[in-house]
Write a protein that binds this ligand. Sequence first.
Ligand SMILES: NC(=O)c1ccc[n+]([C@@H]2O[C@H](COP(=O)([O-])OP(=O)(O)OC[C@H]3O[C@@H](n4cnc5c(N)ncnc54)[C@H](O)[C@@H]3O)[C@@H](O)[C@H]2O)c1
Ligand SMILES: [Zn+2]
Length: 369
Amino acid sequence: MSELFVELGERRYPIHLTSELPGALLALELAKLRPAPAPVLIVTDDHVGPLYGDAVCEALAAAGYTPTCLVLPHGEATKRLDVISTVVDKALSLGLSRRDVIVALGGGVVGDVAGFSAAVLMRGVRYIQVPTTVLAQVDSAVGGKTGVNHRLGKNLIGAFWQPSAVISSQAVLSTLPERERRCGLAEALKHGLLGDEQLVAWCLEHASQLRALDPSLTRELVARCCGIKAEIVRQDERDAGRRASLNLGHTYGHAYERLMGYGALTHGEAVALGMVWAARLSVALGVAKRGLEAAVSRALRALGLPFDTAADGLPSLSELTQAAQMDKKSDQTHVRFILLEEIGRTLIRTLSWTQIEEALAGPPSRRNP
Ligand SMILES: NC(=O)c1ccc[n+]([C@@H]2O[C@H](COP(=O)([O-])OP(=O)(O)OC[C@H]3O[C@@H](n4cnc5c(N)ncnc54)[C@H](O)[C@@H]3O)[C@@H](O)[C@H]2O)c1
Ligand SMILES: [Zn+2]
């Protein structure tokens, strides 16, 4: 077991990394927040609940709590405002008070929904993240962005609400489908691309073991990514500056998701393609050297992620740009785009959509061979 902390003053919280199932550690963290007996609402989904719900409930019951699992349908479609009502209804029917705690047991979808429910229930109750996907462990469970989607775009409704603890268990990852594993590696690679060149090299070196979820390498990956994210969140909790770099690949990534229906591409696959566009745009604008796009594509390919933006069935550049214009981080004419100066260093630029389309449609910049 090891731990690191997100340093946010009085809202400081631990991220525990363990090779065991999460129940026992969860009971310990819970006891620090709310001594037993107390009701605990565990929000999960219909993949994760049947696999790990009972074990978690048993561990909490053994510690004197009264746990109840609320099992939501899996998938991005669950990130809806009416699902928040379902969670709130359940919490109130169980008699949760402001002192009680919600547990998010699942991937990024469950974490975002349970976290936002915790943020709005009685103006805010505490919650613990128990992320069960690689993506949630390296990214979404840390940092306190919670929320749901709107038909006009992803994550348009939400709140900053930090968890009280994060418990990342390597044991639960063994049941994760292959495609979901890879998609978590996309967000992991993102952390390297935006802030740690050595992490990118390390991912390339250990690509096959990471794809196979080798336990010790995966644990190191989670620790390194959480370290990067925790530091960014410490510097800029509310996304006023540096934190925006975590959106690398997400401008076009969200556009893919929206155009293809949430689910046809996983979030990680969409972000992978989005990072290729970000690299291409950086080169086209003369911000980065020409080899950057190839380097990003090479890393994605090694990790088994999509990198060919011209592949069959994918939307065109103009379709993507149109969809991206609807995103909450842009207005109709401009967007703050996360560019890459080189592997490990981002540059945030406000660009007009016309500028972006022209740059991407034109020949690669000759200024930076
Ligand atoms: N809040 C943030 O800062 C942040 C950051 C990145 C991504 N996100 C969000 O996270 C979401 C994507 O997260 P995700 O990739 O974890 O998706 P997800 O929660 O949909 O999980 C992926 C699939 O894996 C299943 N699953 C989860 N854990 C499992 C396990 N241990 N064994 C077997 N199956 C398991 C789920 O049921 C689901 O079918 C997106 O909605 C994205 O917007 C949020
Ligand atoms: Zn993401």
